[in-house]
Design a protein around this ligand. Structure first.
Ligand SMILES: *Cc1c(COP(=O)(O)O)cnc(C)c1O
Length: 225
């Protein structure tokens, strides 16, 4: 087995263990392989192992890889910050966007989603530990953003994404995810089935608190270029 294979099986086994600890169904958590600054060759290799969901942060880089990997049936997820002038290309070339944090961006993605494609799956990025990052809607403003986004025709609101402040303590890792998970369940939106929670360092805490998609980069691919 080469390193990429070892990493892939190791991450899958961590997810499986966490599903057990959380008393969650096996395969209820989807692995999103974060491939930013990783080569198309590595993506192709991971694809050959059965991986189908890949996350990219930089539009130009992602478009180049999509061309190189056009023969692969990959679900492409955009997970990076979004500038308004990039929405058209994102709407045209991705299956999912995890980093929508304001109405203006959601409106543009909906308006620019090509008619021949299914609605674009989106997650709203929530700023759950306020000081850490400027991206993300504050929890206090989530409910009104959800209401507005639900009125948009060509996007499907699938859930939320969060990147809490990194913590080493397991209980502290769980807190923000629990709070957000509960808040979202209270909104009671029928199309919401996705909690894009958890990275390498807090995978177990995220899964115990309801993650359905974990975003893992370097633990799968190794150091970025
Ligand atoms: C880069 C990135 C990841 C993965 O980070 P790693 O440290 O490589 O595992 C996950 N989520 C988002 C939003 C990212 O930008």
């Amino acid at each position: 087995m080469n390193t990429l294979q070892q990493n892939f099986y190791a991450v899958q086994s961590l997810i499986k263990q966490a599903e057990k600890v959380a008393d969650r169904e096996e395969s209820s958590v989807t692995l999103l392989a974060v491939s930013k600054k990783q080569s198309s060759d590595k993506i192709a290799e991971m694809y050959a192992l059965g991986q189908r969901n890949f996350g990219e942060n930089y539009l130009q880089e992602a478009l180049m890889k999509q061309q190189q990997l056009a023969d692969c049936a990959i679900n492409w997820h955009f997970i990076g910050p979004i500038q308004s002038n990039k929405t058209k290309s994102i709407a045209e070339n991705f299956n999912w966007v995890h980093s929508v944090d304001r109405l203006k961006i959601a409106k543009r993605l909906s308006a620019q989603r090509p008619a021949h494609l299914p609605p674009l799956n989106i997650c709203l990025q929530v700023n759950i530990s306020d000081e850490h990052t400027k991206s993300g809607v504050l929890l206090a403003n989530l409910s009104s953003l959800v209401t507005e986004v639900l009125g948009l025709k060509n996007i499907c609101l699938r859930g939320v994404m969060a990147i809490p402040k990194p913590r080493l303590d397991y209980e502290l890792q769980r807190q923000p995810y629990r709070k957000l998970h509960q808040a979202v369940l209270r909104l009671n939106v029928p199309t919401i089935d996705t909690f894009s929670f958890g990275m390498t360092g807090d995978l177990k805490a995220a899964i115990v608190e309801g993650a359905t998609m974990v975003r893992i980069g370097t633990a799968l691919f190794g150091q970025r270029l």
